[in-house]
Design a protein around this ligand. Structure first.
Ligand code: GTP
Ligand code: MG
Length: 203
């Protein structure tokens, strides 16, 4: 089955879990710290400049944004975490929404955790990795902002991510640059394999 990434549409912004589509199509969830580049990664793999809005005000996106690709698979932009300046109330709302998202096993079929290749994953990143590990579906890690570090840092920084997040060998870590396009094909392949029900589950 081919997936035409040119055919992408914004479906809805879900403020509560009951607004999430339940039509048995696969749902690929993108999670990561606020400002890590979730929306930019989605835009990059879909070749769109601004489909998933690249936030100028981090932490303001407390909705779950749904994009439907070729009527076959949802890309789900989960609200970012770890932004210092959000109110207590907003943080609590985020926590509740994410908790409900992970608790509802009928939703996510593949997880994509986006971290910043420049830095050691934060405590919040580790918590999020644990949520994905417990979710019972496959997940991959995308190490974004590759263009921002020196060549000598590529390998050690990747190793630090794998180690800090305590990933097992089966979990791929994809070097990515939403800015330059590096890693796009590799991530798309994971997504296509997942949609066609092939290898992704076996990974
Ligand atoms: P929230 O929606 O607020 O949670 O943020 P987000 O994770 O969606 O991040 P977003 O895509 O809005 O990107 C945040 C900032 O990082 C923007 O200024 C992007 O242009 C920049 N950015 C994202 N990816 C990259 C990358 O790979 N390289 C560089 N140099 N900048 C990037
Ligand atoms: Mg965003």
């Amino acid at each position: 089955m081919r997936v035409n990434t040119q055919n992408a549409e914004f479906i809805r912004s879900a403020a509560k879990i009951s607004d999430c589509p339940r039509d048995r199509l696969p749902q690929i969830a993108f999670a990561g710290r606020s400002n890590v580049g979730k929306s930019s990664v989605i835009n990059r793999i879909l070749n769109r400049k601004n489909l998933a809005r690249v936030g100028s005000a981090p932490g303001k996106t407390t909705h779950i944004n749904y994009f439907l690709i070729d009527k076959k698979v949802y890309l789900v932009d989960l609200p970012g975490y770890g932004y210092a300046k959000v109110s207590k109330q907003e943080r609590a709302r985020w926590g509740k929404l994410i908790e409900q998202w992970f608790a509802d096993t009928s939703l996510m079929t593949l997880g994509v955790l986006i971290v910043d290749l420049r830095h050691k994953p934060t405590a919040d990143d580790c918590v999020m990795a644990q949520w994905f590990k417990n979710a019972g579906c496959p997940f991959v890690v995308v190490a974004n902002k590759h263009d921002k570090i020196k060549k000598s840092e590529w390998a050690p920084n990747l190793a630090r991510i794998r180690e800090t997040l305590e990933l097992d060998e089966d979990t791929p870590v994809i070097s990515f640059s939403a800015e330059k396009g590096l890693g796009k094909e590799e991530l798309l392949q994971v997504i296509f394999d997942h949609v066609t029900g092939g290898e992704a589950e076996a990974r």
